[in-house]
Design a protein around this ligand. Sequence first.
Ligand code: IMP
Length: 428
Amino acid sequence: MPAYAVIGGQWGDEGKGKVIDYLAGDVDSVVRYAGGNNAGHTVVNDKGTFQLHLVPAGICWPNVYGIIGNGVVVDPDVLVNELAEIAARGIDTSKLYISERAHVIMPYHIVLDHLEEEARGDAAIGTTGRGIGPAYVDKTGRAGIRVGDLLDWDALVPMVEQTLKHKNALITKIYGGEPLALDDVLAKCRIWADQLAPFAKPTEQLIQDLLAQGKRVLLEGAQGTLLDIDHGSYPYVTSSSPSIGGACTGLGLNPQAIKGVLGVFKAYSTRVGGGPMPSEIHDEEASVIREKAQEFGVTTGRARRIGWFDGVAGKYSQLVNGFTGLVLTRLDILDGFKTVKVCVGYMVNGERLDRFPANTGLLARCEPIYEELPGWDQPTASATKLSQLPDNALAYVKRIEELVGCRVQIISTGPSRAETIQVEPVFT
Ligand code: IMP
């Protein structure tokens, strides 16, 4: 059986956790391929509410394996705590595997993330401060420590020694910070090696074997396409590839294995941290949406920026990922608005622009061109059938399909698994 991917179409926080949990009942494994504990995936089901940062969101289903692929950067302390928390709530955590090739977020990565952000001043990216960027920098700079390295003590010690020398020079000489002690870092590595050893596996082979046995694999995206290191609003992006290309490199998976690519979009837009967001709104409507939807980061607690649905960015996301279907989440949040707006183009330098520009300065100058659609009084909240949606809500969904250029297969009308409309089958 093939693999299906679930990918954030916007700036992250689209509700991928709920979608994965909803779909995971029909798959055999859920696989994370990028990012780290900068992600915060909320899952609400009959076992309660879970906020997952590293553990794949299918973990709540019995018999569903969770795999953390090579493209993920792993903070072992966070992973171990998360596993302990969910195990204490009765979830079987023995069905988790971690790629030996996944990079480890080391203590100096977290220190550097904070120091670098501080040094950026007004140009700060607004990172989550979890060491994600510095860990990926070391990965591409060929100075990273991988999960497999933790398990090879004799080789690990000189690697950490050499890297720490360089990091301490950076921390102290460039940023005026406090150096880290080699013994402390190595002591952590010792503990982590014992903790991670039972989970470490050649996951690319594992995934290949699952597919060959006819098992269905769900690829869990983190963050969103507009935060992609290549395709997002650089430099206000994360340091990995949340879009579909990242799924292949982040798992060692060939593209032919992927049959479906689901793009998850919120019915409006949100963004956390710095960087341009053309359809951002600052008026009362933004506060109403933020409060009603509790748009505060799961990882950092920061208030999310709010905007109307951006059809230009959506079409771009479709271009990058080739979505085979869309999931529209949080439609219920727009219940009760007199009108709802969608951004259908940008005005910049006196001209209309219908594509998402690569130049971030240009994107920052883009003014949204809005289309205003009539809102709906009757609630969509908790609807489970398309026929329960008011006509104006259906028209809104249709307009989003047109703008993005892809059909909506699932509509989410509330946080729990049950509050979902399956418009058409995803697994074919
Ligand atoms: P980093 O990934 O911590 O380096 O942060 C880089 C940018 O990505 C910042 O603007 C973060 O707010 C944003 N970001 C990272 N992870 C997420 C996420 O899971 N949801 C939304 N924004 C995120």
